[in-house]
Design a protein around this ligand. Structure first.
Ligand code: ZN
Length: 215
């Protein structure tokens, strides 16, 4: 069980892109390291630079110094935003999902999209707990899942429906109405036979939403 931060996501990218200024800014603005940087900004001199990372993983000659938009960061990296939960089932099973009834889930990876516009970390922590009062559809799935990890997408904007729509174009949709009782989305649950972290289009969606509101 772990949160997957932006730096880890970028390391997992099959073909890391050349770092540009926006990408570096986005990384500063979304990781937990950004919170720590804000805390120590008056005690440390922080000099961010962008380097070129070539496709053969060697480092190029070009180095650019970057500015850190402190004011923007202070506003944007509060503990709020959207999150993805990636749950695994090691074998297919029928699961009772509240009012949706008993549904068959194939073995594989399930990606749930939610948001918490305050206390995002506490919300994710709650999802991790297997024993809890089952309130949302996802609670029935986390209760029986064999594996779990979370991917926070911090933002001042509620993006869960747009993220869901983007995921629906790259991976299979899960049961209709799952987690989408209060919106017009078909579902907020998606399915993949393979680990979505091994799907480049999945990383592209994550990066797009993580970089959308910064700058
Ligand atoms: Zn929605």
């Amino acid at each position: 069980m772990a949160d997957i931060g932006t730096s880890m996501i970028s390391r997992l990218r099959p073909n890391p892109a050349k770092l540009d200024l926006n990408m570096v800014h986005a990384r500063f603005s979304h990781g937990l390291c950004s919170l720590n940087m804000l805390k120590v900004r008056n005690d440390l001199m922080i000099l961010p630079v962008a380097i070129e990372w070539k496709s053969d993983l060697s480092i190029g000659q070009e180095v650019k110094s970057l500015e850190i938009p402190w004011e923007y960061l202070g506003q944007e990296i509060k503990d709020r935003g959207s999150y993805l939960l990636v749950l695994t089932l090691e074998r297919e099973k029928f699961i009772e999902i509240g009012r949706l009834g008993k549904l068959m889930f194939q073995k594989g990876y399930y990606i749930y999209v939610g948001s918490a516009m305050s206390n995002l970390r506490a919300r994710i922590k709650r999802h991790r707990q297997k024993r809890k009062k089952q309130h949302w559809h996802i609670d029935y799935l986390t209760h029986v899942a064999d594996g779990f990890f979370s991917i926070p997408i911090r933002s001042s904007q509620r993006q869960e429906c747009e993220i869901s729509q983007s995921l629906s174009s790259i991976i299979k949709s899960g049961p209709s109405g799952f987690g989408s009782s209060d919106c017009s989305c078909l579902t907020h649950l998606f399915y993949s036979e393979k680990n979505p972290l091994q799907i480049e289009a999945f990383h592209d969606v994550l990066q797009r939403f993580r970089m959308r509101h910064p700058f």
